[in-house]
Each structure stands twice: as structure tokens, then as C-alpha cells.
Design a protein around this ligand. Structure first.
Ligand code: FPP
Length: 267
């Protein structure tokens, strides 16, 4: 209970003094970054300006999450459906991504941030793939904090890719079809060795999941904030975490079983 009060209070304190007790911090936070276009439109600016400001928020949020004690941050940076946007916007997003990665490499190394990706990254432009490979390689030894970029990601495609890989493993005799449990199947998802998200945040007031981590977020808590992504701050992240702390995560059990785990039946 103390953690809950502390977390709620932390959300109201000035950014530089903001810390949350470890027990209250979700280990894995995933964010659907939305509202770049509206942010720009509200100011009479081209959409790309919103994305440019969105990249700044990616930067600040990466370090804000780590400061607050989060261990893994997953950002939905480019969905499979985003290819359908006007080509100039797609090109601008890819350019921004490449520029961002090139700029951040030194910072990631200095601050021990591991970079990973989920999604069909082999379909991204060659320049983006190259800088991704370099950054992933040069940060793979860091274990304290991981930034995961969902790039050319879509949950349904991920499930199809996993089913195909699983079927191939069965055909090759590496898996037995009858052993097909969730634990086995989940090893074929892009997220195979990642923890599931505890908290999923979506900015901009939309309340959809948009093909993001559909299976992995099965037991996640969701926080929807009206704040547009370029305006999202460390205080907004802390407020979302405080909201998360007001929820009771039951994983299918009753409240009584959570208080007294001995009463939870095994299956
Ligand atoms: C949604 O805003 C945002 C995206 C399409 C993806 C997010 C992209 C960035 C933050 C920039 C590039 C990312 C990295 C990691 C460098 P929207 O355009 O859908 O906004 P709208 O709904 O207001 O139009």
C-alpha cells in the first residue's frame, strides 16, 4: 500500500526528484506512440514535424523509463499497416529512424542501453537494417535495461510467422505436435526471450490495441492517456505507472487467492 501512495505522490513531484520504489515499477512497459500527426496539425505544421518531435520524445522516454526503474521499454515505432501511409511520410519516418539510431549509438553504449527489435526488420530499407545491426551488436552485452523497437511489426503477422516456424520445427522432428503448449509455442514469437509487458500505454486518447503484442499483453494493464506523443513527459509516464499500481492484477485468480496464494489451485 505504501508503494501505491509513493507512486501516486511521485507522479506529482517535479521531474528531477521523481523516483518510484522498486516494488511498484512494472518491469516491462510497452507504448503505442500516437498523436504525432495531430500534434503537428494543431500547430499548422506538416505531419513530419510531429514525427520529428516524436523522436525527441522517444529519446526522453527511453531515459525516463530507466530512471523510474523500468527494465524493458518497447515502443511501437512502425507497424506493418504504416506502409500504407503516403510514400513521402513513410520515407520521412525511415529517414528519421536511421538518423535517430546513428545519433543514439554512442549514448546507448555510454548509458548501457541494450537495443533489440521485434518485427520483420528484413523488409526495412538497407540503411536502416545496417544501423540496426550495428547498434544491436554493440549493445548486446548490456543487461540492466533494454529498449525494444517494434519495427514493421504486426501481431497477426508475428503469429503467422511463429506458426510457420513451429510447423517447420515439428516437420523437422525438433518439436512434438502433441506437446504444443503456450510455453512451447511462445518460443517461436519474436518476443521469445522477452518478459511479457506488464503495462501497455497508448497516447493521444485512442483506446485501441492496433495489432500490438496481442498475445503478450494477455494479462497486461492498459493505460490510455489523452496526451499526444510529442507532449508525453516523464511525469506522464510516472502517472501511468501510478495508475498501474492502483490496479489489482489477478491473472485469473480471485482477490482472496492473491492475498493467500496457498488457496490458489494448481492446474
Ligand atoms: C503515430 O502518430 C506514430 C507513428 C506512426 C509512429 C511513431 C513514430 C515516431 C515516434 C518517430 C520515429 C520513431 C523512432 C523510434 C525514431 P500518427 O502519425 O498516427 O498521429 P495521428 O494519429 O495524430 O495522425
Amino acid at each position: 500500500m505504501g508503494g501505491l501512495v509513493n507512486a501516486a505522490t511521485a507522479a506529482l513531484t517535479p521531474t528531477h526528484r521523481m523516483t518510484l520504489p522498486a516494488a511498484t515499477v512494472p518491469a516491462h512497459v510497452a507504448i503505442i506512440m500516437d498523436g504525432n500527426g495531430r500534434w503537428a496539425k494543431n500547430r499548422g505544421l506538416p505531419r513530419i514535424e510531429g514525427h520529428r518531435r516524436g523522436v525527441e520524445t522517444v529519446r526522453t522516454t527511453t531515459f525516463a523509463a530507466r530512471d523510474l526503474g523500468v527494465k524493458m521499454l518497447t515502443l511501437y515505432a512502425f507497424s506493418i499497416e504504416n506502409w500504407k501511409r503516403p510514400p513521402e511520410e513513410v520515407n520521412a519516418l525511415m529517414g528519421l529512424l536511421e538518423f535517430y539510431l546513428k545519433q543514439e549509438l554512442a549514448t546507448f553504449v555510454r548509458d548501457r542501453v541494450r537495443l533489440r527489435t521485434i518485427g520483420r526488420t528484413d523488409e526495412l530499407p538497407a540503411g536502416v537494417q545496417k544501423v540496426l545491426r550495428t547498434t544491436i551488436e554493440e549493445t548486446k552485452q548490456f543487461t540492466d535495461y533494454t529498449l525494444v523497437l517494434a519495427l514493421n511489426y504486426g501481431s497477426r503477422t508475428e503469429i503467422v510467422d511463429a506458426a510457420r516456424a513451429y510447423a517447420a520445427a515439428v516437420a523437422a522432428g525438433k518439436e512434438k505436435l502433441n506437446d504444443g503448449s503456450w510455453t512451447t509455442f511462445s518460443r517461436y514469437l519474436y518476443t521469445a526471450d522477452m518478459p511479457e509487458p506488464d503495462l501497455v500505454i497508448r497516447t493521444s486518447g485512442e483506446t485501441r490495441i492496433s495489432n500490438f503484442l496481442l498475445l503478450q499483453a494477455a494479462y497486461a494493464e492498459f493505460v490510455f492517456t489523452p496526451v499526444l506523443w510529442p507532449d508525453f513527459t516523464k511525469a506522464d509516464l510516472a502517472a501511468a505507472i501510478a495508475d498501474y499500481n492502483r490496479r489489482e492484477r489477478r491473472f485469473g485468480l480471485t482477490s482472496e487467492q492473491l492475498v493467500n496464494p496457498a488457496r490458489a489451485g494448481a492446474k
